[in-house]
Design a protein around this ligand. Structure first.
Ligand code: FAD
Length: 325
């Protein structure tokens, strides 16, 4: 016999609220199905809610995540309404395990909202990371870049509005809008695949812009399924798998048994020893990173920033060309 599905108060508090991201974007949790208890129920194929203590649920959720028993977390689903620049959407859409319905620019008028990075995120090409940026751009370059962006956007937006006035089909009028233009979609995904998305997209290697969205979504997951969220932070986000060679190195340094973990007397492995153990220079750098102590990040949402759907819709409507005169 199915009992009534309980709601999760922390998730209910933000349901339908809009959290601003970047200059014109947002994420809203519009619906969810299930929570940590549903992960446990699916794993045990058991009856009834509320029959287990939280500590038991926590233990099981953590065990499942540690051992990659992932299908129970596919029983929990979250549905979001999001607005993001098109170049962010292109990265986001690569995650194939979600259901997506994007605003149709063939059907709807596009709000002419364009993304401009904040000054502190405007960087030069990173020397260390071919896919990254670092600080050090002069104010002159920043000012000129913003001026050029604005000029291009005005021309692209102006051409779009002009074509609409000439009754050119929307699907054609939109083709020259830049990838900084904001688009929107509904995005539904199960908890397992969402946590995979978050692992890749809150990571420092992901582009800063998509990371801002991922961090807000992580804060929402924390409210929907706090035990799964905690296990994800501990095992996936802040956990680091050890390679065979790395385990060999650590075994030379440490001995472990039922009595605990001890440093072997006088043990040490210099860089040459690491190379002999089969680690490349890059793997040695990665091992050093893996062994650094990890803080526990917190993706707590700032409720003071939450806006209503009406507020957000008004900003969008004001930016569609027909209301520009
Ligand atoms: C920092 C970063 C840089 C990136 N750079 C680039 C780049 O330069 N160029 C580029 O093209 N992409 C790039 N990507 C995208 C990346 O290669 C992945 O396509 C993206 O992260 C989605 O990952 P995924 O396939 O694991 O996720 P999902 O599509 O969400 O899939 C989740 C999991 O489902 C399984 N799965 C889904 N579909 C299939 C399938 N058809 N066959 C087998 N298994 C499947 C896989 O196990 C997969 O891990 C980058 C991603 C990141 C995070």
């Amino acid at each position: 016999m199915e009992t009534k599905r309980p709601t999760v108060p922390a998730a209910e508090e933000i349901l339908g609220g809009y959290f601003p991201v970047l200059d014109h974007g947002f994420v809203s949790l519009v619906d969810y199905m299930g929570s940590d208890e549903d992960v446990e129920r699916a794993a045990r194929v058991s009856y009834g809610y509320g029959t287990r203590r939280v500590s038991q649920t926590r233990g099981l959720v953590r065990y499942l995540r540690r051992h990659r028993h992932t299908t129970p977390s596919e029983m929990v689903e979250l549905k979001f309404h999001c607005a993001m620049p098109m170049f962010v959407a292109r990265q986001w859409i690569r995650h194939r395990t979600a259901s997506v319905n994007e605003l149709s620019a063939r059907y709807s008028l596009m709000p002419l909202l364009f993304y401009t990075p904040p000054r502190d995120q405007f960087g030069v090409q990173s020397r260390a990371n071919a896919q990254g940026r670092e600080g050090g751009v002069s104010d002159e370059v920043w000012t000129e870049a913003v001026r050029r962006w604005e000029e291009l956007r005005e021309r692209a937006g102006g051409a779009y509005a002009w074509m609409l006035e000439q009754d050119v089909a929307r699907e054609l009028a939109r083709i020259e809008l830049p990838v900084s233009t904001y688009t929107q979609w509904y995005w539904k995904i199960d908890l397992h695949n969402l946590l995979h998305f978050l692992s890749l997209r809150v990571d420092a290697r992901a582009q800063w812009e998509i990371r801002q969205f991922a961090c807000v979504i992580a804060g929402m997951v924390k409210r929907v399924a706090p035990l799964s969220y905690e296990a994800w932070v501990d095992y996936d986000l802040e956990g680091r798998p050890l390679t065979r060679a790395e385990r060999g190195v650590l075994a030379r340094l440490l001995e472990a048994d039922e009595a605990g973990v001890r440093v072997r007397d006088g043990a040490g492995v210099p860089t040459d020893g690491l190379k002999e153990a089969g680690l490349s220079a890059r793997e040695i750098r990665e091992l050093v990173e893996k062994l650094a102590p990890a803080d526990r990040p917190d993706f707590e949402l700032d409720l003071a920033r939450m806006r209503s759907a009406e507020d957000v819709a008004q900003e969008m409507y004001q930016a569609v060309p027909s209301t520009f005169d």
